[in-house]
Design a protein around this ligand. Structure first.
Ligand code: NAD
Length: 289
């Protein structure tokens, strides 16, 4: 069965819209998300548009800040710091990738962990790995929701994650482990990848290598989550060959319409959670209001 990420994301956004409305009634304002985009990468502009559109659907104030591709690192850090110290802004996202002259780590360091809606700040990353409350990164969080939507019990399952990036592979492996799966992380130096992927009851693929996984590499009945996005002319291709894989898997996400919309829905959820936590802490320290 195909897992309809678009429909799941839509129903989550509808629930979030009600949550935002009740926050508006309670606090007299809605969460505000600032999205910073540097340069003219068309894919990045598309992603930012979909985030701003989702914010508007949910009732979150979305603010887009565009900077030229030759902006200096200093100027970008100044812009982000200003957003960070603005009490009217609850969440900040700097769209990646950034041009070469900018060190993305420095940018993350100037965002407060409490406004880091992407869950990329070192404190959020450390807390995730320590099992302390934190903002989870959007894509891994969405992947767990997609698996849960199939009714699959993660506890006790063999899970294989292909890809070990800081934004997808590593954190999703940790979230699966937290749900008591036995997790193997494979990567570009893994020999005989097929032997590993064939062991997976739950297979998450996040490599950016189009059609890396085909049906012969999948255990019959596995749940397959395809995170990859590769542009092929006007088409988007995943890391999994849907045609052959869907004959073997019990559930599989399509590309597009699987993980992508869930990433955006989770960004909205994270923004709302950051807002709720900030409002709660401001109310307990009213002098800062
Ligand atoms: P990355 O380039 O940072 O990491 C890729 C990982 O894949 C690396 O760990 C590498 O070791 C592994 N890898 C590469 N080739 C491999 C191979 N032949 N065999 C086994 N492992 C291999 O990428 P990323 O940021 O994790 O993103 C991965 C893909 O997911 C990209 O296509 C990206 O566009 C997509 N993505 C989608 C979403 C979404 O919302 N749908 C979000 C984030 C990333």
């Amino acid at each position: 069965m195909t897992i309809d990420g678009k429909a799941l994301a839509q129903s989550i956004k509808e629930d979030l819209r009600e949550r935002v409305e009740s926050l508006r009634l309670r606090y007299g304002r809605v969460p505000c998300l600032a999205v910073v985009i540097v340069g003219d990468n068309p894919a990045s502009h598309l992603y930012v548009r979909s985030k701003i559109d989702a914010a508007s659907f949910v009732g979150i104030d979305g603010m887009e800040i565009e900077l030229p591709k030759d902006v200096s690192e200093e100027e970008l850090l100044r812009t982000v710091s200003k957003l960070d110290s603005d009490p009217a802004i609850d969440g900040i996202l700097v769209q990646l990738p950034l041009p070469r002259q900018i060190d993305p780590d420095k940018v993350l360091d100037v965002i407060s962990p409490t406004k880091d809606v992407d869950g990329f700040h070192p404190r959020n990353v450390a807390y995730l790995h320590l099992g302390r409350p934190c903002t989870f990164p959007c894509t891994p969080k969405g992947i767990i929701r997609l698996i849960d939507s199939t009714g699959t019990r993660i506890d006790g399952k063999r899970a294989v994650v292909v890809g070990r990036s800081n934004i997808v592979g590593e954190p999703v492996a940790k979230l699966l482990q937290d749900r008591n799966a036995t997790v193997t992380v494979a990567h570009s130096h893994t020999p005989d990848l097929a032997a590993i992927t064939r062991e997976a009851d739950i297979l998450v693929v996040a490599t950016g290598h189009a059609s890396l996984i085909d049906g012969s590499m999948i255990k019959p009945g596995a749940v397959v989550i395809d995170v990859g996005i590769t542009r092929d002319g006007a088409k988007l291709r995943g890391d999994v060959d849907f045609e052959s894989a869907s004959k073997v898997a019990s559930f599989i996400t399509p590309v597009p319409g699987g993980v992508g919309p869930m990433t955006v829905a989770m960004l909205m959820e994270n923004t709302i959670e950051c807002f709720e936590q900030r409002m709660a802490s401001l109310l307990s320290a009213p002098s800062e209001l």
